[in-house]
Design a protein around this ligand. Structure first.
Ligand SMILES: Nc1ncnc2c1ncn2[C@@H]1O[C@H](COP(=O)(O)OP(=O)(O)O)[C@@H](O)[C@H]1O
Ligand SMILES: [Mg+2]
Length: 177
């Protein structure tokens, strides 16, 4: 049974960057990583860590107003932020077709409008805040496509340090503490 989803947690921004760098070890040219989550959730923070993991040495900043940035690492890295776009034509104008040319790793911070453009094979990263701590984030990695399901399963051991503690539910024996 191939797992399609990993539910992880990070304790602060640096921790999210470390997790992202670890995920980046599994990325290769042609990959598309789609990041979802509200403004301030940590999408850009994740891309910063992943880009570092891909050998990008320069500063990675939010492309919020530029909407697109290109970096040179061990592989070319394309970072798009289409969060505020709701017109698919605008997304295509940014060169989204290059995301699919097999030459680079593409990170795209996105809103719902993008979904029809995403390739069947991609990794989704969903970031959300956690009520108990302003700096904590829930990071859900969701594999889309059979290839990514396989790869995420292979990556899961390396991501063990970020496995989210299982929530305590009623119905089992109390473990005490
Ligand atoms: N665990 C965490 N992961 C990511 N960012 C965090 C975390 N805790 C606090 N932050 C802060 O939240 C903000 C995330 O901003 P950013 O990455 O630009 O979000 P987005 O791109 O989703 O709008 C940064 O100021 C970052 O320092
Ligand atoms: Mg951002």
């Amino acid at each position: 049974m191939v797992s399609a989803t990993l539910v992880l947690a990070t304790s602060d921004a640096a921790d999210t960057r470390r997790l992202a760098a670890r995920v980046a070890e599994h990325l290769r040219p042609g990959d598309v990583v789609a990041l979802t989550g509200e403004l301030g959730a940590g999408k850009t923070c994740f891309v910063q860590g992943a880009a570092r993991g891909l050998g990008v040495t320069g500063r990675v900043t939010s492309p919020s107003f530029l909407l697109r940035r290109d970096y040179e690492g061990r592989v070319p890295v394309l970072h798009l932020d289409v969060y505020r776009l709701d017109d698919l034509a605008e997304v295509l104008d940014l060169g989204f077709d290059e995301a699919l040319d097999g030459q680079r790793v593409t990170f795209v911070e996105w809103g719902d409008a993008l979904r029809p453009l995403l390739p069947a094979e991609h990794l989704e990263v969903e970031l959300t805040g956690r009520a108990e701590d302003d700096d904590a984030r829930s990071v859900v990695l969701r594999a889309h496509g059979r290839d990514w399901q396989q790869r995420l399963a292979e990556a899961s051991t390396a991501l063990d340090p970020w496995q989210a503690p299982v929530a305590q539910h009623d119905g089992g024996e109390a473990m005490g503490d």
